[in-house]
Design a protein around this ligand. Structure first.
Ligand code: NAD
Length: 421
């Protein structure tokens, strides 16, 4: 299926598959190899019994999809959500394989999920779900097999529970079983802001290409959680002008630039940006269509789609979120000359510092924050140049270039190893 011909909006898995097919075809790889790389290595479905606070026994469905172990252990987050499906996890697991390959770190991709509504669960219930989920997938994870991390509605505490459950079964402490842990349990300096910092690093590189200065660059950010707030803070400190920010309720906009430290203080108290006195109220989708130089979607998937892509006015799109742009929208943005820094490159700072965390845990030797940030910059700048160079060489847009580069790297590993068929 050609991306340009795709008319309906696609699921995360379908979007991944459509892009994969275009990139694989352009690489001219062997048909059997393409078939093998497209399919996940393993899909695990578990049913998790949990004693609820009420005394009732409840059963939750959980998934772990391991897409590829070609280049190293699988790596990917675990999300808790009432709407999560195996199909979504399958798409996200494959995206992780390509993301790790784009930044050239020695991991394959995985993703996990548990169908539950964290808003409706007590901390004790969440802990019991997490521990039993870990026990159910125990034989398939490990520092050399598959290393989970936080994702939607999971956090440092969830990782601490997974680490403890795994360690209790192993009879010794295994810090490298998860990343995104609290610093005091073997986490890494610089991990909380790594994804936002990575977005800024690639944005800096994009500006260089256009000969622009940070101080003359107006940025709009959708999403003010981990990625969006850290990216806004770091970019504001670096001299960018953040003119709009939105979260799930609404946005705030000020062409003169928002006072980000004050906004952060405001959201710590009020949770949402709504009511912030330093700007005008604006809709959370409307904000995407405002006149700006850089648009940084850092909220959720498919927000830029065939319905609004022709109204995006940014010159540069830095995809902090996973899959914020659908394949039909990609084609529209490309036609309109928007410079897209695709998600598997733009938001790879998180998994890169997760890799650093895993290395530090295995060494039992922890790096200062400056070293983490310096090494992150080195990896993301190299990856940016690799992707853009690949695109120019093959005359494809940055999205397809990133996929081609990643698929090419995984294919090379498989060719060198040989397929045990
Ligand atoms: P988060 O839960 O901390 O924050 C999400 C933010 O987006 C919140 O401010 C929320 O209010 C807002 N939001 C949600 N739906 C929205 C909508 N429809 N419109 C506007 N705002 C909306 O999540 P996060 O960790 O910051 O992740 C954001 C995105 O980045 C996700 O796509 C995630 O998969 C991706 N990502 C995160 C990391 C990481 O290290 N946290 C790494 C790579 C990719």
């Amino acid at each position: 299926m050609s991306i340009v011909e795709t008319e309906k909006e696609l699921s995360v898995y379908e979007s991944m598959a459509a892009r994969f097919d275009v990139a694989a075809q352009k690489l001219g790889l062997d048909e059997g190899l393409v078939k093998y790389m497209r399919a996940p290595n393993r899909e695990i479905i578990v049913h998790i019994p949990v004693h609820m606070d009420s005394g009732k026994l409840e059963v939750f469905d959980g998934f772990r999809v391991q897409h590829s172990i070609a280049r190293g252990p699988c790596k990917g987050g675990v999300r808790f959500s009432p709407t999560v499906t195996l199909d979504e996890i399958r798409g996200l697991a494959a995206e992780m394989t390509w993301k790790c390959a784009v930044v050239n770190i020695p991991f394959g991709g995985a993703k996990g999920g548990v169908v539950c509504d964290p808003q409706m669960l007590s901390s004790g219930e969440l802990e019991r779900i997490t521990r039993r989920y870990t026990a159910e997938i125990l034989d398939y994870i490990g520092p050399e097999r598959d290393v989970p991390a936080p994702d939607m509605n999971t956090n440092e505490q969830t990782m601490a529970w997974i680490m403890d459950t795994y360690s209790m079964h192993m009879r010794h402490t295994v810090t490298a079983i998860v990343t995104g842990k609290p610093y005091d349990l073997g986490g890494s300096r610089g991990r909380p802001e790594a994804t936002g910092r990575g977005c800024m690093i690639v944005c800096d590189q994009a500006l260089k290409r256009f000969g622009r200065e940070r101080s003359a660059t107006r940025v709009v950010v959708q999403g003010f959680g981990n990625v969006g707030s850290q990216a806004s803070r770091l970019m504001h400190e670096a001299g960018y002008k953040i003119i709009g920010v939105a979260d799930i309720k609404s946005g705030v906009f000020n062409t003169k630039g928002l006072d980000i430290p004050k906004l952060l203080e405001y959201t710590r108290e009020h949770k949402f940006v709504e009511g912030f006195p330093g700007g005008e109220r604006i809709g959370k989708m409307e904000i995407l269509e405002q006149d700006c130089d850089v648009l940084l979607p850092a909220a959720t998937e498919s927000v830029i789609n065939s319905k609004n892509a022709d109204r995006i006015r940014a010159r540069i799109l830095v995809e902090g979120a996973n899959s914020p742009t659908t394949p039909p929208a990609d084609a529209i943005l490309f036609d309109r000359g928007v410079f897209v820094v695709p998600d598997i490159l733009a938001n790879a700072g998180g998994v890169t510092v997760s890799y650093f965390e895993w290395v530090q845990d295995r060494q039992g030797y922890f790096w200062p924050e400056g070293m983490v940030n310096e090494r992150l910059k080195h990896i993301q700048v190299s990856a940016f140049n690799d992707v853009v160079g690949y695109g120019e060489k093959h005359n494809v847009n940055n999205r397809i270039a990133a996929y081609m580069l990643a698929i090419d790297r995984v294919a090379l590993t498989l060719k060198l190893r040989g397929i045990y068929a």
